[in-house]
Design a protein around this ligand. Structure first.
Ligand SMILES: [Mg+2]
Ligand SMILES: [Zn+2]
Length: 212
């Protein structure tokens, strides 16, 4: 079996809803197709604090890219979204000792912008802000829209799925078996992910290579 080696990974870019925090269910008969709209609705998934703490202590830089169409739909202001992200940063710092790096979001509806997933705009911006090369980055997400663009995986960017049965937008959602059938490596949560990675530049475990 083809394998990938994670030894060049310096930074990890995480999807937010369904990967870091519990995804919200859609509200029937409204524009809210499943968004966190307030700090009180933002709750970490199990093992996220421990997993991110472990990865951060090992020396990985941790960034976030997230689709937030709730802004474009007028359900939440950009300021309110930034407040939720400030809260996420503070909780991660206070409870897990994690200093998050970049948080990029796409607030737009439709697909005309360059930042909507699965377009590479947000990831390219994180690479630029943090002076990273594609092969130094591992992307983690719960839906197929989180998979990096082929232009990035061709340059060595890696992806690992963390399937979440509660994630919205069912058309983009796969269960563990579907991910594996497509050739993607899966973890159950971020604590399991943290056990796959040693320190940056050390030899890493070999994982099955993804097809893309
Ligand atoms: Mg997600
Ligand atoms: Zn956008």
């Amino acid at each position: 079996m083809d394998e990938i080696d994670l030894k060049s990974i310096k930074a990890i870019i995480f999807d937010r809803d369904g990967t870091i925090n519990i995804p919200m269910p859609a509200v029937p008969n409204t524009k809210n197709t499943g968004y966190v709209l307030s700090i009180s609705e933002f709750k970490f998934l199990p093992n996220v604090l421990d997993g991110l703490s472990s990865l951060y202590k090992k020396g990985f830089k941790l960034h976030v890219f997230t689709q937030q169409k709730a802004v474009g739909k007028g359900l939440i202001t950009e300021e309110e979204l930034n407040n939720i992200h400030d809260h996420m940063r503070e909780e991660l710092d206070g409870k897990a000792g994690v200093k998050l790096g970049s948080i990029l979001y796409c607030p737009h509806i439709g697909s005309d912008c360059d930042c909507t997933k699965p377009k590479p705009g947000m990831i390219l911006e994180i690479l630029k802000e943090n002076n990273l090369k594609p092969h130094e980055v591992l992307v983690i997400g719960d839906t197929i829209r989180d998979i990096p663009d082929k232009s990035l995986t061709d340059e060595g960017m890696q992806f690992i799925a963390v399937p979440n049965p509660d994630s919205g937008a069912s058309s983009n959602k796969l269960d563990k078996k579907d991910w594996q059938d497509k050739g993607y490596y899966c973890v159950d949560d971020l604590l399991e992910l943290s056990k796959l990675l040693y320190k940056p530049s050390q030899k890493q475990k070999l994982l099955p290579r993804i097809r893309n």
